[in-house]
Design a protein around this ligand. Structure first.
Ligand code: SF4
Ligand code: MSK
Length: 630
């Protein structure tokens, strides 16, 4: 096929430059401007050796001052900062999961929120020993939601989802003492442990990091994924599009941004209401166009095929087009700059969560009881804003790519087993995939996840790494902003098989899948843990033996550090393209790369050069294959 049909990073950069040029007249400032003002960044912060945990400090470690006032050394300070990042990330994912439990708890037969995947609800009830016979489905939903909420604060025991892991992993986690207890408890323990005057031992901090990360991946994030599937449906493959060209000049454009889909679902539904569509037409618009950013985009694209406007570092670009009537946000990864930026245009900036209040926005607190009407009201306000566009500030983007999304574990099983309905069958297995890996037709799999980070060219590492893996017959699964990078480049199309080696290409043709499978949002990395686990079970080996690795080439958030910790605890090597902020401690660097490997069978491999990083992944996969004798 014509490789010109793929979008290159250079083309993406040219589009950004064009938008910035158009926006200059309105005095709009973006992250590129602020990055310059923040350069060079603070070396102490970069290396993780600035401590401001107590007010005797801040203390900074240098060769001349190797200890803070209390006597904490670089290992203690970097270790404590690192653990606090994990606690922050776990709190964010897990609180999102808890909110979704509350939304499930609010469901009613004729309510605004209803149960969409009854089969999944019943499977989870069975897994959790919740009786279902003769009960109303909504009573079951409320009991399951409550049981989920109890995972956050239960006084005894470990996370329920751990039972899903292989026996070897469960034993290892118990033996190492990293099986997470109540989710909130692990976060509180991490914060308590790092309080002034507590743990100064880097090894103990890293161990609690693993346990806190586990409370995320095998606790709060998995909760988010499961409950969201029950509420809004388990994703199945569908076609959509990605990149800023999904914004329509002649339509009312509403962007949904953040992570928790409860609010955006209501906006998506409202945008299909006939009276609102008629109202939009009466205002001169051809229709109502919903587009997503970041993980809210992933949630609504996976279930409704809503088109993706872009990823993390594209959020400001979306506003620079001058054709966005409204941007509504829920939680996480929202730039505070959207406040002043929206004021440069006609765009209404709506915040909806009490934990994400941002100056320059209009705050509309969302409640399950009134969500449907609130969704309609926001859509109506966006329509009313359509004729307020300033023609002088319009810069219409045209670039977009088709994409196929919706690869939940259930969907992958269906594709592999050639079944077309959406119900999981006990007999469905990953055996066809395992056979391909054993035969060497597919060499292995890489999970590419995570954000953009101005420390590297946006999307460049994601895209270059993905292409090289495909060429080497390695299948890619992806979530978060990495998935949107792939969408923008055109790599989520089935035609991307033409970038693959002969083996992968043949598999894509036979199964009818793109070579990169979009598995959802950041919390859906829990799907990837279950995928790796079930492949290991169906294969009869332990997870670290499976030729699968994880990679976050452009990560930036605390959530990414939490994720990296549960991925490593699960026994999956994690390749990072951005250095964790612990470089100022030799001991911490050793612990996160080699130290954990001795315990869990996996660790970090860190390299800021994407070419070197991807080669290390290929070598890592080949080494796992050699160890298996395949
Ligand atoms: Fe300084 Fe110790 Fe206080 Fe940190 S905890 S700011 S190293 S005195
Ligand atoms: S949205 S956490 S920038 S992937 Fe999940 Fe993207 Fe990273 Fe946020």
């Amino acid at each position: 096929m014509d490789l010109n049909n793929f979008t290159t990073v250079e083309q993406m950069e040219a589009e950004t430059a064009r938008l910035r040029e158009c926006a200059a007249c309105s005095g709009a400032e973006t992250w590129e401007d602020r990055k310059k003002a923040q350069t060079p960044s603070c070396k102490f912060g970069e290396d993780g050796v600035c401590c401001r945990i107590c007010s005797m400090g801040p203390c900074r470690i240098t060769p001349k001052a190797p200890r803070g006032i209390c006597g904490a050394d670089a290992n203690a300070i970097a270790g404590r900062n690192y653990l606090r990042m994990i606690a922050g990330g776990t709190a964010a994912h897990s609180d999102h999961g808890r909110e979704i439990c509350h939304t499930l708890h609010s469901t009613k037969k004729d309510g605004h929120y209803q149960v969409k995947d009854e089969a999944k609800l019943l499977r989870l009830a069975k897994e959790w020993d919740i009786p279902t016979e003769g009960k109303d489905i909504y009573d079951i939903a409320h009991e399951v939601a409550l049981a989920g909420m109890m995972e956050y604060g239960k006084p005894f025991g470990t996370q329920r989802f751990l039972n899903r892991a292989t026996d070897e992993r469960q034993k290892l986690w118990n033996d190492l003492g990293i099986a997470p207890r109540a989710i909130d408890r692990e976060i509180a323990t991490a914060m308590h442990m790092t309080h002034m005057g507590n743990t100064a031992d880097a090894e103990a901090l890293v161990m609690q990091g693993l346990r806190t990360g586990m409370a995320d991946g095998w606790g709060g994030s998995m909760m988010g994924t499961e409950m969201t599937d029950i509420l809004f449906g388990t994703p199945m493959p569908k076609d959509t599009e990605g990149d800023l060209g999904v914004l329509e000049k002649d339509m009312v454009n509403i962007i949904v941004h953040g992570h928790d889909p409860a609010m955006s679902e209501m906006i998506v539904v409202a945008a299909e209401d006939k009276d609102l569509l008629d109202y939009a037409r009466s205002k001169g618009a051809k229709g109502i166009n919903i587009a997503g950013l970041c993980c809210t985009a992933n949630e609504v694209t996976m279930r409704h095929g809503v088109r993706m406007a872009g990823n993390f570092l594209q959020q400001e670009n979306a506003l620079l087009t001058g054709i966005v009537e409204m941007i509504t946000v829920d939680v996480q990864c929202i730039f505070p700059s959207l406040g002043p930026l929206s004021e440069c245009f006609h765009t209404k900036f709506i915040t909806t969560s009490p934990i994400a209040r941002i100056p320059g926005s209009t705050y509309v607190e969302f409640h399950p009881e009134t969500a449907r009407e609130q969704g309609r009201d926001l859509v109506r306000q966006a329509i009313d804003n359509f004729d307020k566009r300033d023609p002088a500030k319009i810069c219409v983007p045209t670039r977009k790519q088709p994409a196929r999304v919706g690869y939940s574990c259930e969907a992958i099983l269906k594709e592999l087993n050639g079944v077309t309905n959406s119900h999981v069958d006990e007999r469905d297995t990953y055996k066809p995939l395992i056979d391909c890996i054993k035969a060497g037709v597919i060499r292995g799999a890489v999970a590419i996840v995570g954000c953009n980070n101005p420390k590297v060219r946006p999307d460049h590492s994601h895209i270059e790494i993905m292409k090289k893996l495909l060429a080497n017959d390695i299948i890619v699964i992806t979530t978060g902003c990495a998935a949107q990078a792939a969408a923008k480049a055109g790599l989520l199309r089935k035609e991307a098989k033409d970038l693959c080696g002969a083996g992968m290409k043949r598999v894509c043709e036979l199964v009818g899948i793109p070579p990169i499978l979009h598995m959802g949002s950041c919390v859906d990395i829990s799907r990837m843990m279950l995928l790796a686990t079930d492949i290991a079970k169906d294969w009869g080996i332990d997870i670290p033996q499976v030729p699968v690795v994880g990679c976050a080439p452009e990560w930036m958030s605390e959530k990414a550090v939490a994720i990296a910790n549960y991925v490593v605890s699960t026994g999956i090597d994690t390749y990072l393209g951005i250095e964790p902020q612990v470089k100022g401690s030799v001991q911490m660097m050793e612990l996160i790369t080699e130290g954990t490997r001795k315990l869990t069978g996996a660790g970090y491999i860190i390299n800021t050069n994407p070419d070197t990083l991807v080669q290390a992944m290929i070598d890592g996969i080949e080494a796992k294959r050699a160890a298996l004798g395949i």
